[in-house]
Design a protein around this ligand. Structure first.
Ligand code: NI
Length: 225
């Protein structure tokens, strides 16, 4: 399941964020890549002790957690700190799969169930840089407006096409979900969609409490791993 989440970052905040990113000091992106990914990763990222990373990552994290659509689709248990990256001058990231487990200080290993890319540059300001995601339903090239986010299965093979003009800034997040199985997440996401649709039509529809009960009881059962 791939979900486009528009407007995660408020539009009024973007110019200041983009100015911070343009002035930041960037490091080689290979330092956080696994052995296979290192061979194909060619980008820049902010190191964890960079002042821009420390100022920006918690803000991006908060906006992600405030999104009702992200909550409904990913059901996050834990969200890893953002990895903020930059591609320019032909930089790209070849086909790879994200590490299944990431070691987080103080938390041990966190399983990555859902990957998320938050686009931070205006798409008209750069050429290339599409995020290309392959899953069982086919291949999709994604290039979203600044402030928008794409959620996709962390298990999918994906790559970033070379950026041939301008700068592509983005933040990557990994989410450990309450529901490890993507089929369970999708089922609950669909039920929640039906509940929201019914509620919009008729707040006192008699099916709502039953559907709510089914949702909660499936969540209870699916998360019992
Ligand atoms: Ni990746």
């Amino acid at each position: 399941m791939m979900i486009h989440v528009p407007g995660v970052v408020p539009a009024t905040e973007l110019p200041e964020i983009q100015a911070q990113l343009a002035a930041a000091k960037w490091s080689d992106g290979r330092i956080t890549a696994g052995r296979e990914a290192q061979k194909v990763k060619n980008n820049l990222q902010l190191s964890q002790d960079s002042p821009v990373q420390q100022a920006l990552a918690p803000r991006l994290h908060r906006w992600l957690e405030m999104s009702a659509l992200v909550t409904a689709a990913a059901l996050p248990r834990r969200v890893l700190p953002a990895l903020i990256n930059r591609y320019h001058d032909g930089m790209h990231y070849g086909p790879h799969v994200d590490n299944a487990m990431r070691l987080v200080e103080g938390q041990g290993f966190v399983r990555t169930d859902v990957s998320a890319t938050l686009f931070l540059s205006d798409p008209a300001s750069y050429d290339g840089g599409e995020l290309v995601i392959e899953d069982s339903l086919g291949t999709q090239a994604v290039k979203l407006p600044a402030g928008d986010l794409i959620l996709y299965p962390a298990s999918s093979l994906h790559h970033v096409r070379p950026v041939t003009r301008g700068n592509r800034y983005a933040a990557c997040f990994w989410i450990e979900s309450l529901l490890p199985d993507p089929r369970d997440r999708e089922a609950l996401f669909r039920i929640e969609g039906v509940i929201n649709g019914l509620r919009r039509d008729n707040e006192s529809h008699p099916a709502l409490p039953i559907l709510g009960m089914v949702y909660q009881n499936l969540l209870r059962r699916f998360s019992d791993t």
